[in-house]
Design a protein around this ligand. Structure first.
Ligand SMILES: Nc1ncnc2c1ncn2[C@@H]1O[C@H](COP(=O)(O)OP(=O)(O)OP(=O)(O)O)[C@@H](O)[C@H]1O
Ligand SMILES: [Mg+2]
Length: 248
C-alpha cells in the first residue's frame, strides 16, 4: 500500500521558487501526500510554506519543478488541478456584506454542477462550520475565529480530493482550534487528503499523519511525528525542529 501509485493524491517534484533571481524562497522541495492523509509543512515565519503551497494551488508559477495532483501537472494542466483541490489562504476574508449562509450558497453555486449538488454543499458546510443560527448574521459581525470556520467549511464543502489549508487554526482559541483539528481528522478518515501549513509545531503534531520540516526554503526532514521524535530523541516537534536545523 505504501508505494502504490494510485494512493498518491499529491506528488511534489523538485519545486523551487525564486522571487528574485538567485534568491530561493523554496528550493527543490519534494514530497507526496496519500489518499486520506494529513500532511503538514512546518517551519518558522518566512520558511517558504506559503510559497510552496501557492505553487501547488496553481496561484504562483514555479521557477523549477512540478507537482501532480491526482496525476495532473500544475504546469501543463492547471485547470484540471484546480478541479481536484481547494485552497484556504492564510489571510482570507469573506464578503462582509453577505450573511454567512448567503456566502456559503454563493460559493456552492460557483463550485457545484447543478442546483441539487449546490444544496448538498451548503448543507454540508452548514454542519461543518458549527455556526448555527449565527449563519443568518452578516459576516461583518463575525469574530476572526467565526470567519475562519466559515471559510474552512467553504473550502471542504465540495469534498475535494485535496484540501490545502494555510495556517488553518491561526488566530483561533484552543477550543476552536481543537474543533477544527477534529473536523480535519474526521474528513481525512472519510478519504479526503490535506496539505496543511503551520508554524505552531506542537499543535500540528496532533493532527498530522506526516510532517515535513521546512526552513529557509529547504525541506529538511519528512516523517511521521513518532518517527521524527524517535530519530532526534525529542519530546516534541519543536525539539525536533531545533535539532534538525542545528544539525545542518
Ligand atoms: N511576493 C513576494 N515577493 C518577494 N518575496 C516574497 C514574496 N512572498 C514571499 N516572499 C519571501 O519568500 C520567503 C518565504 O515566504 P513565505 O511566505 O513562503 O513563508 P512562510 O513559511 O509561509 O512564512 P509565515 O509563517 O510567515 O507565513 C520569505 O523570505 C519572504 O520574504
Ligand atoms: Mg505563510
Amino acid at each position: 500500500m505504501e508505494n502504490s501509485q494510485e494512493n498518491i493524491v499529491l506528488r511534489v517534484e523538485g519545486l523551487s521558487k525564486a522571487y528574485k533571481k538567485g534568491v530561493f524562497a523554496s528550493k527543490d522541495v519534494s514530497f507526496s501526500v496519500k489518499k486520506g492523509e494529513i500532511f503538514a509543512l512546518i517551519g518558522p515565519n518566512g520558511a517558504g510554506k506559503t510559497t510552496t503551497i501557492r505553487m501547488i494551488a496553481t496561484l504562483l508559477k514555479p521557477t523549477e519543478g512540478d507537482a501532480l495532483v491526482d496525476g495532473n501537472s500544475i504546469i501543463s494542466a492547471p485547470e484540471k488541478v484546480r478541479r481536484c483541490l481547494t485552497y484556504l489562504p492564510d489571510e482570507a476574508g469573506a464578503y462582509k456584506n453577505m450573511k454567512g449562509r448567503q456566502y456559503l450558497r454563493f460559493m456552492a453555486d460557483m463550485y457545484a454542477d447543478n442546483k441539487q449538488q449546490s444544496a448538498e454543499f451548503v448543507k454540508r458546510a452548514e454542519e461543518i462550520c458549527g455556526l448555527g443560527e449565527r449563519l443568518d448574521d452578516k459576516v461583518e459581525s463575525y469574530s476572526r475565529g467565526m470567519i475562519r470556520k466559515l471559510l474552512l467549511a467553504r473550502t471542504i464543502m465540495s469534498r475535494p480530493e485535496l484540501a490545502i489549508l494555510d495556517e488553518p487554526t491561526s488566530g483561533l482559541d484552543i477550543i476552536n482550534a481543537l474543533d477544527i483539528r477534529r473536523m480535519i481528522r474526521s474528513l481525512a478518515e472519510q478519504g479526503m487528503s490535506f496539505l496543511l501549513s503551520s508554524h505552531n509545531m506542537l499543535e500540528i503534531e496532533y493532527v498530522s499523519d506526516r510532517v515535513g520540516i521546512i526552513a529557509k526554503g529547504n525541506l529538511l526532514e519528512v516523517g511521521t511525528p513518532a518517527e521524527l521524535l524517535e530519530k532526534y530523541g525529542a519530546e516534541n516537534l519543536e525539539e525536533v525542529f531545533e535539532r534538525v536545523v542545528s544539525s545542518r
